[in-house]
Design a protein around this ligand. Structure first.
Ligand code: TA6
Length: 285
């Protein structure tokens, strides 16, 4: 059996994001770049030049902004902070507290078969919680797949999402399947919609699909990506389309044509529980 060589190295800056502290993982032909700011995966190339993730050319990381693109980590709430996190109508950031903070590297292991990195963050300002909680993100790159695993051992009320922005060569020829027949439509204020019509990206899409499949196929033009999920109770699909994009200063006018978000999420807030959320990406073509 031939040996696959892996490497992990530090790098400063990625694309136009100057000074950003990052780690680069390489395994055989595959490579990935993750930022310590937000523990945000910024690039995944299963082969040189074949980028599967999308990063906004207008993304910024200075001034405490969350980076638009790659795989943002949403935690401990998803979307606007509602109950139990926000009981006093305070102004709390969308998608939680960890997208715009520096994480620390706790593990970096290159081996013959994979490159593995774990980043951690201690968060001591979760509203209504009076102690610090640790969140870990582990990234494992093999020659064929990339796996993101988000863990929090604390049994607490928590939501999380791996908010992946996937680059699509052709938005009008993009599909995600299989998706359940019922979803909550955030463009209709969270209304429950029952529909068997295939999802088309022809207007703003912001849908929460409860009871999602463990394996999804994202197809766009000739590109096919398998998305495997574990620990999720929802899959969120988002594309802002034209009008919504105008309200987002870190999106260029036509950028919405270049990505769809397919997000592995755990949204249930009924029971305090530890978190284990996993998204694995395998490029098929
Ligand atoms: O996951 C979809 C969503 O929650 C949308 O409602 C949209 O607002 C998007 O995420 C981006 O949020 P952000 O805070 O990154 O601008």
């Amino acid at each position: 059996m031939s040996q696959t060589l892996s490497q992990i190295s530090t790098q400063t800056g990625f694309a136009h994001l100057t000074d950003l502290p990052c780690l680069k993982l390489v395994c055989g032909e595959a490579s990935a770049v993750i930022s310590l700011y937000g523990a945000q995966l910024l690039s995944y190339q299963p082969a040189p030049g074949r980028e599967l993730l999308w990063l906004s050319p207008k993304a910024v990381w200075q001034q405490q902004q969350a980076i638009r693109g790659g795989v943002p980590v949403c935690w401990p709430w998803f979307g606007p902070a509602g109950k139990p996190f926000n009981t006093s109508a305070a102004k709390l950031p969308n998608h939680g507290l960890v997208r715009n903070r520096l994480w620390r590297q706790v593990q970096a292991k290159p081996s013959a078969q994979h490159a593995l990195v774990t980043l951690s963050i201690d968060v001591d300002d979760i509203p209504a919680l009076h102690h610090s909680v640790t969140l870990n993100l582990t990234l494992k790159l093999t020659a064929d797949t990339l796996t993101l695993q988000l863990d929090c051992a604390e049994p607490m009320l928590q939501q999380a999402a791996l908010h992946s922005y996937f680059a699509v060569p052709s938005l009008s020829d993009t599909s995600v399947s299989p998706l359940p027949g019922a979803y909550l439509d955030k463009t209709l204020g969270g209304e429950r919609v029952q529909s068997t019509a295939p999802l088309r990206f022809e207007r703003e899409i912001d849908r929460v699909y409860p009871e999602p499949a463990a394996e999804l196929l994202l197809q766009s033009g000739a590109q096919q990506l398998n998305i495997s999920q574990l620990g999720q109770d929802a899959t969120v699909v988002w594309n802002p389309w034209r009008e919504r994009s105008k309200a987002l200063p870190d999106l260029a006018e036509n950028s919405y044509q270049q990505f769809v978000c397919v997000e592995t999420a755990k949204l249930d807030l009924n029971q305090p529980a530890a978190l284990q959320l996993n998204q694995r990406l395998t490029s098929l073509r």
